[in-house]
Design a protein. Structure first.
Length: 504
């Protein structure tokens, strides 16, 4: 892929105003799909989680998933939206191999939720309100795998395979209004907005929100309009591009920055922007052209004749409103204050994605600082090494028990890491691993004194230095004792006893 000319980012912002818009697709974690009773879970052999409805077979009829509707209403309420007293599904017509029916059941002019806003917090604490146009229900499409070729994309592939396991999974698509005023913060705002949506759906418990699995995907729209002189009306909006299915927070930020620089270079040289979808390439840090972007008229929407309108009762809406959890932004500010974390410490927790694990560990009795240390330190290190989520390795209760053993003096940090290894390997609770591996700290002063006397006797020159006041020389004896005790001694206590015995 040829690398196009890019304008310096600061220069681009000086010449042009970035105008943003986002479409975030959230897969709901219902037990079954949106319009069929096929199971809804990630993985499985291709084309096994399907029914005639998902395959678009003649005579099959859709039935709305009630739980998906409730989840969609909860999400709409969490986004500050109004809930429509009646909303309708529509057919969105276009041909693509991963849509077996040749149309997608979605919502068009009658979405279930509309007119909301979400408060987004930037890294420096500034708040930015993102207006929400709508949140509507729809079904996901299948997944294509392009075989052959160098890129994994359809261009150059020998053939393509289609898996309909994902077809029909319930989605809520959240569409923002046009976003003005982001200016140079546009890339950071994009990342923060998607992160906020992820936090909201996780707090609601309606989605796994794992971007790497496609549970949460972002289509990022960006256009530029020239700056005008003070007092002059703003220039008309520029032509937008839509970067499709960006699947990580970092990529959302990078894609927006790249598109600003790319479009600015084209416009400054007298070129024009093509309204199109674009694909983000993580390896090269570039976008590439997809297909010309269709307007709504091109999809020939019409009401879905096989489904009745969705008309939730006021009682149901208020019941779901009452069950909403604390807003993620408010929760983070409260936790930061309750835990007494510095800005850097709390940002470290947020960036790790382990906030909930630390919350659960403190709820089990551990201090917040100790919980942060273990989750973002040793546990995260092991998770990265194994290529898995840290939360899948060990439970917050076991981490809290491990911390209690350290704080009681039963374990040193070094021993605790060995105990953690045993817990991860399935050897039992921390107490069971300590007993099974014999890892408790030796607290018997008699055993320690015996090891110390032996070490002092074997190093008379060190003993002489200690008696001459060169206390740092005690390190050699402490090291010998710790080795003799196989690391199962409290180094601070050993040091005390070394100095006592040397000067006795």
């Amino acid at each position: 892929m040829d690398k196009p000319a890019l304008m310096d980012y600061d220069k681009a912002i000086e010449l042009f105003e970035p105008v943003l818009g986002f479409e975030v697709h959230v897969e709901l974690n219902t037990k079954t799909k949106m319009f069929s009773d096929a199971p809804n879970f990630f993985g499985g052999e291709p084309n096994t989680n399907v029914t005639p409805v998902d395959l678009g077979l003649p005579g099959s009829l859709p039935v709305v998933n009630e739980q998906a509707v409730k989840y969609a209403i909860s999400l709409g309420l969490a986004l500050g939206c109004s809930i429509a007293p009646s909303s309708r599904f529509a057919r969105k017509n276009y041909f693509y191999p991963d849509l077996a029916k040749n149309y997608q059941i979605s919502q068009f002019d009658e979405p279930i939720a509309f007119s909301g806003s979400v408060e987004v917090e930037l890294a420096d604490g500034r708040l930015f309100t993102v207006p929400i146009e709508r949140a509507h229900m729809e079904e996901d499409a299948g997944k294509l795998t392009h075989v052959g070729g160098a890129t994994g994309r359809i261009q150059g592939a020998e053939y393509s395979l289609v898996d309909y396991n994902r077809a029909g999974i319930p989605l809520v698509e959240i569409v923002t209004e046009i976003i003005y005023g982001a200016e140079g913060d546009a890339p950071e705002l994009a990342k923060a907005y998607v992160s906020t949506i992820r936090d909201i759906v996780v707090a609601l418990g309606i989605s796994d929100a794992k971007m790497e699995r496609g549970n949460l995907r972002c289509d990022a729209n960006i256009s530029l309009r020239p700056r005008t002189a003070p007092g002059e009306p703003p220039a008309k909006l520029g032509t937008r591009t839509e970067t499709k299915n960006v699947n990580s927070l970092r990529s959302v930020e990078r894609a927006i920055r790249y598109e600003i620089q790319r479009q600015a270079a084209i416009l400054a040289n007298g070129g024009t922007i093509i309204q199109e979808t674009r694909h983000w390439h993580e390896d090269t840090g570039q976008t590439s052209a997809g297909r010309p972007k269709s307007d709504a008229d091109d999809y020939r929407y019409f009401p879905e004749p096989d489904l009745l309108p969705v008309a939730p009762s006021l009682e149901l809406i208020e019941q779901l409103r009452a069950a909403l959890p604390e807003a993620p932004a408010l929760r983070r500010r409260r936790l930061k204050a309750d835990w007494g974390f510095t800005d850097l410490e709390f940002q470290d927790v947020v960036n790790s994605g382990l906030l909930n694990e630390i919350v659960d560990t403190t709820a089990a009795g551990a201090s917040a600082q100790a919980a942060r240390k273990w989750w973002t330190g040793e546990i995260a290190r092991v998770a990265n090494q194994r290529g898995v989520d840290a939360s899948s390795l060990v439970s917050p209760i076991h981490v809290s028990e491990l911390i209690a053993l350290v704080e009681s003096g039963t374990l040193t940090d070094r021993l605790a890491r060995q105990v953690l290894e045993g817990v991860i390997e399935g050897e039992g609770t921390p107490d069971e691993v300590v007993a099974g591996r014999g890892l408790a700290v030796v607290s018997d002063d008699g055993a320690l004194i015996a090891a110390i006397d032996e070490a002092l006797a074997s190093q008379p020159d060190v003993l002489a230095k200690i008696r001459d006041g060169k206390v740092q020389a005690a390190g050699a004896v402490i090291g010998a004792v710790m080795k003799a005790m196989k690391g199962q001694a409290d180094a601070a206590r050993v040091r005390e006893l070394v100095l006592e015995r040397a000067n006795a």
